[in-house]
Design a protein. Structure first.
Length: 357
């Protein structure tokens, strides 16, 4: 009885396993939907990043290439550019003057007058300054007076010698006629000999006095400082009242009056790398451009290549002349030069030049 009741009750009981399983599975599926949607969105973004540029960029490139056909041309090879630039050799240097001198006195003295100014043109031998020459002028006057005294002594002795010579001639005539003794004849000869010696002595003294006068005159001339050559004064150093000397004494004595430059001797000196000195030949044409006048191209030519190299800078000095002189070209100006390629310069082949550069 009891067992039957138990079975009956179990048959009447509701099975909740199925009803609970269905809702739980629905809830789980609802929970998974957002995650699945997120994964789909991420996959779509990744596909857009990976595949879209490959499809869009070539179209843009094709359109740009279609619009500008010149831009699509390949760039020139670097060897062609090197060949094009191989014929140009440039260097920099300065304008220099081959004749440039600081004029100074050969003696020590006080400057009395300076006759030049900066920018003045002077001729060769022109007096540029004078020193105090009072003592030198006195010495010259004394030397000239000594010359005059020596001339007078020579004239007096010459007159005595002439008189002694006439007396000797008369004594010789009288001695032949036995009207003069041998003693008179010997005395007359001795007098002529003495006067002859005195005449030579006085003549030597006169010559010495003349040489002394000439030397004194030369010393006096040194008090007038002259230009050694024609040129332009670029610097005036001394002023009236200063002491000047060939050598500086204690740093208080000036050694120069002015500086003169011969503008006709102006040229260019540049340093060329020794690796390219083979491109430079004597007489080759050059274009020079001063930094002060960048728009002015000056024709020039190579004078010479100095036959020595600078070990520290690995350069060789080249001298260049200006084909035309111009007052705007001044010493110590910076200049850039371009050497024109000469066919006879023994240049290297283009391939070798390109590899060198």
């Amino acid at each position: 009885m009891t067992d039957e009741k138990t079975k009956l009750l179990r048959s009447l009981a509701i099975d909740r396993s199925e009803s609970e399983a269905a809702p739980s599975s629905g809830r789980r599926s609802r929970r998974l939907l957002p995650a699945i949607a997120g994964m789909v969105v991420v996959g779509a973004i990744a596909a857009a990043v990976l595949f879209v540029p490959e499809l869009v960029v070539p179209r843009a490139v094709e359109s740009d290439a279609a619009r500008s056909p010149v831009a699509s041309a390949p760039p020139p090879p670097p060897q062609a550019t090197a060949r094009k630039d191989a014929g140009v050799l440039a260097a920099s240097g300065y304008v220099v003057a081959r004749r440039k001198a600081t004029v100074a006195a050969e003696i020590t003295g006080k400057v009395v007058e300076v006759l030049i100014e900066e920018g003045m043109t002077v001729a060769e031998g022109q007096v540029v300054a004078r020193l105090d020459s009072v003592l030198a002028e006195s010495d010259l006057a004394l030397a000239r007076s000594r010359v005059e005294a020596a001339d007078a002594a020579v004239a007096a002795i010459t007159a005595d010698l002439q008189d002694a010579t006439r007396i000797l001639s008369r004594v010789q005539t009288l001695a032949q006629k036995n009207f003069a003794t041998d003693a008179d004849h010997t005395k007359a000869q001795a007098r002529v000999g003495v006067l002859t010696a005195q005449l030579r002595q006085s003549q030597s003294a006169r010559d010495t006095a003349r040489l002394d006068a000439e030397r004194t005159a030369s010393v006096l001339e040194k008090y007038r400082i002259r230009a050694p050559f024609s040129g332009v004064v670029i610097d005036r150093s001394a002023q009236p009242g200063e002491m000047i000397s060939p050598m500086s004494v204690g740093g208080f004595t000036r050694t120069g009056i002015c500086t003169i430059v011969d503008m006709d001797s102006i040229e260019i000196e540049v340093d060329v790398n020794e690796a390219f000195i083979g491109r430079v030949v004597a007489g080759g044409q050059v274009n020079a451009v001063l930094d002060a006048y960048p728009d002015w191209s000056i024709p020039a030519s190579v004078i010479a290549i100095v036959p020595t190299a600078n070990r520290e800078k690995a350069t060789v000095k080249v001298r260049i002349r200006f084909e035309e002189k111009d007052p705007r070209i001044l010493p110590d100006m910076a200049v850039k030069v371009t050497f024109k390629r000469e066919a006879s310069a023994g240049a290297l082949p283009s391939n070798a030049t390109a590899s060198t550069n």
